[in-house]
Structures are given as C-alpha cells and as structure tokens.
Design a protein around this ligand. Structure first.
Ligand SMILES: C=Cc1c2[nH]c(c1C)Cc1[nH]c(c(CCC(=O)O)c1C)Cc1[nH]c(c(C)c1CCC(=O)O)Cc1[nH]c(c(C)c1C=C)C2
Length: 532
C-alpha cells in the first residue's frame, strides 16, 4: 500500500531558506498535538516516511476527527437518516486535492466514494437570499449575461466588471487590505457586500470587512499586483506552477494523479457512510501501525524545549520527544507558548451553530447546493443571523423527504458569550425556513450542534502574522516544533490535508520544520489555478 519511500538518511536536497542555517536533527520520536484531520494526516505520512520512529498523537476528546462528524438519527418509523454536523464535501478539482486523493487511494477508499458531477443541479445550482428571495446564481458564462439584468443581487455588476480594467492599480505601499475594501476599490460597493460577503459566509462564516484579501483570495491580490487588474489577470492563462505547488505535484504518488484524472468533471466528493469514513479509516490504519500511539482524552497543556528535548505537558504528565507537530488551534498553542510576537494568539476563530433538519415531504426546496445570506439583507428578513443553508442530498438508503443544514452565527456572534440552547436553536431554524423558504411543515428530525471556535479567521495582516510566527518558532525551537491545521494556510479539509502532508514531509526529510516554510510563496490553493 505504501509507495512513498521511507527516509533512512538525513541527506536531502530540500531548500528551506533560513532553516538551512540550523543544525539538522533526525527525528527519533514525534508528538502530534491534536487528533483532527490535520493531526491524523501528519501522523499517517510520518509513519510512512519514518516507519521506525515512534509517533504519539494527543487528543483531548474521546473522538478523533475534530469537526468532521457524521451522525445517524432514527425516525419513529425505524428508518435511518444520516447527517453531517461539520464539513461534508471534498473538492477534487483543486491542485491541492492531489494529497487528499493520495490519502484516499492509500486507504483503499476509492470504492466508497460518492461523486457529484459539476453539471448536476445539486452542484451547480447555488442561491443567494437577497433581499427577500432566493436568487439563483448563474452556473455558466452564458447564464451570466441575462442574470446581470434579472437578479437583484447582481445589480450594477456588469458595469462594475467592464470598468475594472480601467481602474487605478493599488498603490505600492498597501501591504494588505480587507476583502471588502479590495472589491470596493476594484468593482464598487454592491459586489463587495452582496456577492463576496455572501461567499465569505459560505467559506469562513466570516466578515468581508475583516478578512484579508491577501490570505483569503491570494490569486486576486496577485493578479492586481502583476497585471494592474483582476479581469486582465484572469484573461492570462498558462502561468507556471510555483515552487510549493510543483513540490506538491512531484511529491504525491502516480496513483493519486491517475485518480485526479478520473475526477475530471466531478464537483464534490463524499463517502458512502459520510465524511467520517475518512477519519475512521485513518484511525484504523494508524492503530495498526506498531510505532503509532493514540492518546485520547489527554489534553495538552504546555510545550517546552531545553535545547536537547521537546517536552509535552499534558493532563496526565510530561513526555519528551525529539520533534513536535502542533495541529491545535493557533490561539490554544499561543496561550501556552507565549511567543515574543504573540502572532498565534492573534488568529481569531468564529463559532457556528449547525442545525440539521429532516422533513418527510420531498422537494420542499429547489434542486441545488444551497443558499447563502449576505450581511446586507435587512434584519427583518434574517433575524436569526443565518449564514447559509445546505440542501443535503437524500441517500439511496433513506426514505424520500427534504434534508437541510442551517448554519447560524459565525462573525455575527463574535462578542457573544452565551449561545442559543438546543430548543432555541430548533425554533430559530423553524422560523428561518418558514421565512426564507415558506416551509410550514414540522420537521420529523432536528439535530443541533454548537461548533465552538470552529473556523479560524484570516483577518487583515494574517500573512505578516504567519511570518512572525515562523521566526518565533525558529528562534525558540530550532525547527523542532512545526504547526499545521486550519489556523494557518487554508480552512477546508483539502487544505488541512495538503499542509499536514507538507509539514510531515519537511520534518521527515530535513529534521527541522516550522510548517510555515512557504508562507509568502504563491500557491494555487482553493482560490487559485486548478491544474495538475
Ligand atoms: C453557510 C456556511 C458555510 C457553508 N460551508 C462552509 C460554511 C462556513 C464551510 C466551507 N465551504 C467551503 C469551504 C472551503 C474549503 C472547501 O472545503 O472547499 C469551507 C471551509 C467551500 C465553498 N462553499 C461555498 C463556496 C463558494 C465555496 C468555495 C469553493 C467553491 O466554489 O466550491 C458556498 C456555500 N457554502 C455553504 C453554502 C450553503 C454555499 C452556497 C450555496 C455552506
């Protein structure tokens, strides 16, 4: 199963800039902090690359997988309905999905895949609720022209796009900017608040006025910098792959590239049995590896370095390792590292309230992926601060009906300390589907999950913060402590897997890493080019 060759020597030709000045130390024992998808992926690849090195995963909860969780509820009739309470789909179209596909084929999960073609209504029909109704977004270039004239949410957008190439390019002293300010400067206010604000609800559950264009849409920022215009930048194709992306393409197995070719025309992936299948397979695989130990219900409380060993303090005691990879949320790691520039503590997160509902009547919503609600919708039309609603597919094993997942809160609840109870959340969801979709029927099943601090926010200055964190980690830990996870370089499952793989590889090959080696380098990510 493992076509990735193990590493049995410290001599590698990897380029790590300032890291090259540090003495290399071959990992002899590695701790992974956090058993979410990033921690599991890092452990998975380390156990392949360094098969004789002991690896210990620390997870504070009894379950692995973090926010990835599939649940099954039973109707009074005895039939089961499956819900996802967190991320549910994986995107095979991005360059970084190569690592996800590498994991999938190594775990022999290809036969469990469920694929949704890009042309299927469930993938291509996306809606924005604005100001009091669903606006179906165009799914093709041809559909765009009539949509400019008929959709309230696209009012003024055509003129804004035509004018964009003639707008002044940004001044050289702007180092970063909020997404809203960037779009206002390039396209005017309407697109920024209505369209882009909604899209950021559907990715970061975040505030378009606070998120950083440079970290959230790096390719748009780059296009303006290089071509003076986003629209002109899009007209230029065929840019060469950047170094981190080339390393990605070169680093994954041929089978993953083959699988990627088979995924042409696929919009999203999931698994029969839900997204948790990925977690369970990784867990099973790691449990079978003699050198891997998984410590559940063991909370990490501190990390130290005495210039010889890394020390991990947990709720159960203290252990020594040669190297550590932290996949804990940046703020938690920051609270016990207290680095001089304190960059870790400045990466905030938002809380999202997820309500899953099942109604026994089918087709209560149009065919599609779901809808998003921008901040510009009047309060009276979105009193409970819904961010968006997913129209979940009914599985072949399930009775006919309508399945919805509503997501509330996010940045709207930044200053809240008290969140709705289960009963209040259920009521909020009922009132919202009534107001937005005209659904009056009582749901047969309702499930509420408060995902506390689940999505990191790449706010203004995020990239500078990452530079500072990299410097602090090198100064303090000599490349023995590296970071991975959603806090840094991409919040989706695919990004978490890509960067955990990259960090594990850097640590295994060079014996020193921060996980932030390529900060500042262009990468395709989910916001950029899609090529293999
Ligand atoms: C309403 C809230 C949310 C919805 N999804 C997420 C939230 C917070 C989380 C999320 N969605 C995307 C990502 C990026 C990584 C990935 O897994 O691909 C994350 C963390 C993907 C995404 N979802 C939407 C867009 C435009 C994107 C970017 C990639 C793409 O174009 O596919 C739109 C969207 N998200 C939600 C809905 C209801 C929706 C559109 C109708 C839910």
């Amino acid at each position: 199963m493992n076509s990735l060759p193990p590493i049995n020597s410290t001599t590698t030709n990897i380029t790590l800039n300032s890291m090259d000045l540090l003495p290399s130390s071959t990992p002899s024992s590695i701790a992974i902090l956090g058993g979410g998808i990033s921690g599991l992926t890092a452990a998975f690849y380390l156990s392949i690359l360094l098969p004789s090195v002991p690896i210990t995963i620390y997870e504070s909860s009894p379950h692995l997988g973090g926010f990835l969780s599939t649940i099954t509820l039973t109707l009074p009739s005895g039939e089961d309905i499956q819900f996802e309470t967190g991320p549910r789909t994986l995107r095979p179209g991005t360059l970084e999905s190569l690592v996800l596909l590498d994991v999938i084929q190594r775990l022999e999960l290809t036969s469990s895949l469920i694929t949704t073609p890009s042309k299927a209504p469930e993938a291509k029909n996306r809606f924005i609720f604005y100001p009091d109704r669903l606006n179906k977004l165009p799914s093709s270039l041809w559909g765009l022209i009539p949509a400019f004239f008929s959709l309230p949410v696209l009012k003024g957008a055509l003129v804004a796009i035509l004018k964009e190439p003639f707008r002044k390019r940004r001044s050289l002293d702007i180092e970063d900017e909020s997404v809203a300010s960037f779009f206002r400067r390039r396209f005017g206010g309407g697109i920024a608040t209505n369209l882009v604000g909604a899209v950021l609800h559907g990715i970061f559950a975040g505030d378009v006025e606070r998120l950083s264009i440079k970290s959230v849409f790096p390719s748009l920022w780059r296009k303006e910098g290089q071509r003076g215009s986003v629209v002109r930048g899009f007209m230029r194709c065929g840019e060469p792959l950047t170094t981190p992306d080339q390393e990605l393409v070169d680093g994954v197995g041929e089978e993953a590239k083959e699988l990627k070719k088979r995924m042409k025309g696929v919009s999203v992936l999931s698994f029969k049995g839900g997204i948790e299948v990925l977690v369970k397979s990784l867990e099973r695989e790691l449990e079978e590896r003699e050198m891997v130990t998984i410590k559940r219900r063991e909370e990490v409380r501190g990390v130290g370095y005495d210039f010889v060993h890394m020390k991990v303090t947990t709720s159960q005691g203290e252990e020594q390792y040669s190297h550590v990879i932290s996949t804990l949320p940046a703020r938690i790691l920051g609270s016990f590292l207290q680095l001089p520039n304190d960059g870790l503590s400045q990466i905030p997160t938002v809380t999202v309230l997820v309500v899953n509902m099942y109604f026994s009547t089918p087709d209560l919503v149009p065919k599609g992926f779901g809808y998003l609600v921008p901040t510009s919708v009047p309060f009276s039309n979105n009193p409970h601060q819904l961010l968006g609603c997913i129209f979940d597919p009914i599985l072949p094993s399930e009775p006919t009906g309508t399945k919805l997942t509503l997501m509330f809160g996010g940045h709207y609840w930044d200053t809240r300390t008290k969140f709705p109870t289960e009963a209040e959340a259920g009521q909020m969801a009922r009132e919202t589907v009534n107001l937005h979709l005209g659904i009056l029927e009582e749901p047969s099943l309702v499930h509420v999950t408060l995902q506390r601090e689940c999505i990191p926010q790449y706010t203004l200055g995020h990239e500078q913060r990452l530079h500072a964190i990299r410097g602090d980690l090198l100064d303090r830990f000599d490349g023995r402590l590296a970071v991975a996870g959603a806090s840094y370089r991409g919040i989706g499952v695919g990004s978490c897997i890509r960067w955990a793989w990259a960090t594990a590889r850097a640590m295994a090959r060079a014996g020193k890493a921060t996980g932030l080696e390529t900060v500042g380098c262009d990468t395709a990510g989910w916001g950029g080019a899609v090529r293999v």
